[in-house]
Design a protein around this ligand. Structure first.
Ligand SMILES: Cc1cc2nc3c(=O)[nH]c(=O)nc-3n(C[C@H](O)[C@H](O)[C@H](O)COP(=O)(O)O)c2cc1C
Length: 206
């Protein structure tokens, strides 16, 4: 079913319904749906609006097999019709930062924003810079998982993989980070009911 045929869920409904799903129906995914999901993921906020996240939607069987091998043959990587590789390239984001400084701001504010970005990264190592970007990537991951559920798809986020093998399979630059692989498709299982801390355990009002 494509998005046109599905009532899109509210954020709350998507959050309540989403589960990590590890078995999928076969069959191709409509490109328009995946693009719609990635557009929502791209609406995630990021510090300085740098948007260091990049997505590779892998549907080719030979490449999926390499990702599956990199992820220890986790069963969701075998049955999902697509695996999204979420990687972050902060070097690229910083080098092209002029593109993300908001055009609605005055020229002075734009110059200040650009200087803040340069100052932030001038004293950090390449490793620190890329770790910073990977943290921003997880914001996009959260948006992506909810968007997919909202559009009628299920997902399985993964950190259990060898990032170097993933980079080699997709010929990604060595400096990038890979915050997550995401298996996506129509789920063929229910997943486990949510098992979460009660609010009192994770929040307090003072
Ligand atoms: C960043 C991240 C990495 C994860 N890595 C894996 C993984 O490698 N393999 C796996 O089976 N599940 C993985 N999970 C799924 C979690 O185990 C799952 O989200 C958690 O147990 C809560 O269950 P739920 O998503 O069904 O609510 C990951 C989840 C996140 C958010």
């Amino acid at each position: 079913m494509t998005t046109a045929a599905v009532r899109q869920l509210t954020v709350r409904e998507a959050a309540e319904r989403r589960r990590a799903i590890r078995a999928y129906e076969p069959g191709p995914l409509p490109r328009a749906d995946i693009e719609a999901i990635l557009r929502v993921a791209g609406l995630a906020p990021s510090a300085f609006n740098l948007q260091p996240w990049r997505f590779v939607v892998v549907e080719r069987e030979d490449l999926k097999a390499r990702l599956s091998e990199a992820a220890g043959q986790q069963r969701q990587t075998v049955s999902a019709p697509a695996i999204i590789v979420l990687y972050t390239d902060t070097a690229d984001a910083v080098a092209t930062a002029d593109a993300v400084v908001h055009p609605g701001n005055s020229p002075e504010r734009r110059t200040r924003a650009r200087s803040s970005i340069d100052r932030q990264f001038s004293a950090t190592s390449d490793d620190e810079r890329e770790a910073w970007g990977a943290a921003q990537g997880y914001i996009a991951l959260g948006f992506l998982l909810l968007a997919a559920e909202s559009f009628g798809y299920q997902t399985s986020p993964m950190l259990g993989f060898d990032a170097e093998k993933v980079k080699a399979a997709l010929v990604l630059p060595t400096h990038v980070r890979v915050p997550a692989l995401i298996a996506i498709g129509h789920g063929a299982e229910e997943g486990l009911p949510h098992h979460r801390h009660p609010l009192e355990r994770i929040a307090r009002f003072i």
